[in-house]
Design a binder for this molecule. Structure first.
Ligand code: GLA
Length: 398
């Protein structure tokens, strides 16, 4: 009874507390250290990545946040203030943030509500307000807040505490609730943060599970299929986060393209995780495809849904602004598949967005977003071939 009362009190207080509004009105775009470097990070690498994000066209394509994940922490001083590892970051975080800002980018950092982070570094437990002040002093624009070492914690309470601390520190920060979906953050996250993870960690494979004994990492399609019925909870300022991308990390080019297309369709944050300094031309072309990114960044902010699956070809649909649509055909199988899609026989209805795609009422032009050319109209049957794990991603406009 006492616990229920306490929880109700916390919820009520938190309902009146605030997150920073008007941030992340479209899914945040950036790069994060974890998928490639894990603990092997330092300020030289981060500066090099910042330089590359500007010179390779990513900044122009919309990527803004450069996020340092776990393993940057050195410890706490005698007053309890956090400081970075002096070997990895000898110039300190303020200087690094200044450098990133001087490039026109934004600076993100990582912490955890436990005493220890997932990699065993200093967490924020009991120091939330102090840490938020420190981040504001350094110039932090984005905080990824993980969920390790939290056995005794209530998720809503722990994330609300940090939200309140960030708000009190007065520097607008995009707040990423990296809670893995364990406590259904889509149900309570809208007033707490700007994005929330819906899964455990992603792995660089199309459809695999990588077991670590007590937990697993999941390939692209496993993450996509992990939850159902949560698209209604996402929208401008509060996104389902399907995790950082694995594009350019060993999958085939078709799989990378499928992965990126799905992330665009799902209106999920586009956080790249490959070594940008060494990526191939093909990888760069995938992550900077402006027409695909425009689908992700559409201001309606509606997450795609799976319209149907026939013979291993999935059809994903995403309503866009101005009555337009994005449609993505995905070949899940290891065999070549033919698409033979009769628009007149496929009336696509989205009950959530209250939208209908009915080709017998409205005629659309079809734009292939990877070939970057117009490929006909919805009055004709769409015919195409799809290689294994490849996509045909199109935009319908009038
Ligand atoms: C967790 C998160 C990852 C990453 C690591 C860092 O596993 O889900 O995204 O931040 O911790 O230790």
């Amino acid at each position: 009874m006492k616990n229920i009362l306490l929880f109700t009190m916390i919820c009520t207080i938190s309902l009146y507390a605030q997150k920073f509004e008007k941030l992340a009105l479209t899914p945040p775009m950036g790069w994060n250290t974890w998928n490639t470097f894990a603990s092997d990070i330092n300020e030289t690498k981060i500066r090099e990545i910042a330089d590359v994000m500007v010179s390779n066209g990513m900044k122009e394509a919309g990527y803004k946040y450069l996020i340092i994940d776990d393993c940057w922490q050195g410890g706490r001083d005698s007053l309890g203030f956090i400081y970075p590892d002096a070997l990895k970051f000898p110039s300190g975080m303020k200087a690094l943030a200044d450098y990133i800002h001087s490039k026109g980018l934004k600076f993100g950092i990582y912490s955890d509500p436990g005493n220890k982070t997932c990699a065993g570094y200093t967490g924020s437990r009991g120091h939330e307000y102090q840490d938020a002040l420190t981040y504001a002093k350094w110039g932090v624009d984005y905080l990824k807040y993980d969920w390790c070492d939290t056995d005794s914690l209530n998720a809503f309470g722990a994330y609300s505490t940090m939200r309140d601390a960030l708000f009190a520190a007065k520097r607008p920060v995009v707040f990423n609730l990296c809670e893995w979906g364990n406590h259904q953050p889509w149900l309570w996250g809208k007033n707490v943060g700007h994005l929330w993870r819906i899964s455990g960690d992603i792995a660089p494979c199309f459809d695999c599970e990588v077991s670590h004994g007590t937990y697993s990492d999941y390939g692209i399609m496993r993450v996509v299929g992990m939850r159902s019925g949560i698209r209604n909870y996402a929208g401008p300022g509060h996104w389902n986060d399907f995790d950082m991308m694995e594009v350019g990390k060993g999958m085939t080019q078709n799989e990378d393209r499928a992965h990126f297309s799905l992330w665009c369709m799902l209106a999920t944050p586009l956080t790249t995780g490959n070594d940008l300094r060494k990526m191939s031309e093909e990888t760069k072309n995938i992550i900077t495809n402006k027409e695909a990114i425009a689908v992700n960044q559409d201001s309606l902010g509606i997450e795609a849904f799976l319209y149907n699956t026939k013979d291993s070809v999935e059809v994903w649909a995403k309503p866009l602004m101005n009555n337009e649509w994005a449609i993505c055909f995905l070949n899940r199988s290891a065999k070549l598949k033919r698409i033979d899609f009769d628009w007149a026989k496929n009336i696509i209805i989205d009950d959530f967005a209250k939208r209908e795609l009915n080709a017998s009422k409205d005629i659309y032009n079809i734009r292939d977003l990877w070939a970057k050319k117009n490929v006909g109209k919805t009055t004709d049957i769409l015919k195409s071939e799809l290689a294994p794990h490849n996509v045909l991603m199109i935009r319908l406009n009038k």
